[in-house]
Structure formats: C-alpha cells, structure tokens
Ligand binder design. Structure first.
Ligand SMILES: [Zn+2]
Length: 278
C-alpha cells in the first residue's frame, strides 16, 4: 500500500476513536496528523519509503539500521512486537519530556527551557509530522521545516503527553496515536499480496485479511480509484464527527484555555484539568 494511503488510514482510525479517547478538540488536528505519521512508521525498515526519505541521508541511514535489526522489510516493524516497541518508545520519550520539568504538569511547560530530556520526543514528533506531510503531499519542499516547527510547538505545549482514556487507564496521547497508526498500517499491508508476519520472530507466517483473489496490488486501480477516495471521505466524516461531537455535547471547561468544548462533562474535563493543573 502507498504511503499516502497508510497515512490516511492512521488518521482515519485515530479520528474515529478520538471521541472514545476523550481527546480535547483543540488537540484533534495535531492528533490526526501525528496518527497519519504513525501510519507510515512501520515502513521505516525500507530505505526508499516515505518516512525514510523525510530527512535525506539521515533517515535513510537510520532505516537501513532498522532494516538490519528487524530482519528486513516487513518483518519486525510489521509485527506485534514492533508495535509494542514503537509505542513504548513514544511513552518513554514522553516520560523523559515530563522529567525535563521535574515531573511538573504539562501546563508549566511554557516557563521551561529546552532540555536534553526533550530531544527524544522532539525527534519522534519531527519524524512523524514530516513523514505525514510528505505522505499526504502537504507543504511541498517546506514540509520538513513545517514538521520541525510542529514538533517544537507540540513539545512546548506538551500536547503529545496529554493523557487520553483507554479503557480504565490514562495513557499519553502520542503512545496511543503510535499504536493505532502502526496497527492500521499492518492491517493495510495485510490487504495486499505480501501480508505481514504479525507474530515475528516466533513465526514468519504472513497473515492476510482478504482471500487470495481479492488481495490488492499496491498503487494499482483498486488502491487509487477505490481505497484512496473512500479513505478521504472516511477521514472527513470522522473528523467532522469528532469535532462536532466535542463542540455540541460538552460544556466548556472553566478556565481551560481551549477554544473547543469537551467531548463530555467527565472525560474531557479530566483531560483538560490534568493539562492545565497548576
Ligand atoms: Zn508496510
């Protein structure tokens, strides 16, 4: 599947689940773009992929290292353990980012200076923003610079460590976006002829979601004329639903400083409260 459609798939899945996650509406644009970046993240194991091309020889060289470590293209990074490592990496970078401010809450970030502890989160965010913009052909030659600026603003505001609701837990938003984007990517590749070795390294069996005659060929008619337009429509509907539900159903949080209201009195109130706590 093309990087464009992997990015769209990650964005669609995240936008569709945003109300369930109690994602603050003001963070929805960043969430959708970062999930789009996460949608191309597993292909970091291929030197010619969208994400590997985002910062020239730096990301290309990094992709070759990942390729060697993960057993080649469509192996480790397209498995459950790969998703777990990507997600844990995002979680750890967020924890370091918060540690840079002595464990203070996100709202205090405005008074903090750049710290070495923030570098992993900045790198992660830059890679995701830039690859999403590149995959979606947004920003042209300036896409990478926009990605760097987006990462700096996101890190400064602490958007990536805003907790969202996953069952009974409160999980940093970036870790959730990474997990959803990577799972969406693997599901997309499982629609193609190659499939994915989800249980790697225990098993190299390649899993498919479609019977053999229905499997799609990358960049051919089915992907360009059916899957791509359907994903664009689904993304528009999902974003409209997530934003609309947030605006109409939730009362604005007093003193929250967000332009949008919550997804609901309890869920979003908790999100905003934790983000703006003294
Ligand atoms: Zn892939």
């Amino acid at each position: 599947m093309l990087g464009r459609d992997h990015a769209l798939t990650g964005a669609v899945v995240f936008a569709a689940l945003a109300p369930t996650l109690h994602m603050p509406v003001s963070d929805l644009p960043a969430g959708v773009v970062l999930a789009a970046g996460a949608g191309v993240l597993p292909d970091i194991d291929h030197h010619d992929s969208t994400i590997a091309s985002s910062f020239g020889f730096l990301t290309e060289g990094f992709s070759r290292v990942i390729n060697a470590i993960s057993g080649g293209h469509r192996h480790g990074t397209h498995s459950l353990i790969g998703v777990a490592i990507f997600t844990a990496g995002a979680w750890a970078s967020g924890a370091l980012q918060q540690h840079a401010h002595g464990g203070l809450t996100v709202g205090s970030f405005g008074s903090g200076a750049l710290s070495w502890y923030m570098i992993p989160a900045l790198v992660y965010l830059t890679l995701l923003y830039s690859s999403a913009l590149r995959a979606l052909r947004v920003g042209g030659h300036h896409g990478d610079l926009i990605g760097v600026a987006g990462a700096a603003v996101t890190c400064y505001l602490g958007t990536d460590v805003v907790p969202v609701t996953v069952w009974h837990w409160r999980v940093p938003f970036l870790a959730v976006a990474i997990a959803l984007g990577c799972v969406a990517h693997i599901a997309g590749d499982e629609l193609t002829h190659s499939g994915c070795p989800v249980l790697w390294p225990v098993s190299r069996h390649e899993f498919h979601l479609l019977p053999k005659p229905m499997r799609i060929t990358t960049a051919k008619l089915t992907e360009n004329r059916i899957i791509f337009p359907v994903l664009v429509i689904l993304l528009a509907v999902a974003v409209w639903h997530a934003a609309g539900q947030s605006i109409t159903l939730g009362p604005a949080h007093p003193g929250a400083g967000h332009t949008g209201a919550g997804h609901g009195a309890s869920g979003t109130g908790a999100s905003l409260g934790s983000r703006n706590a003294p």
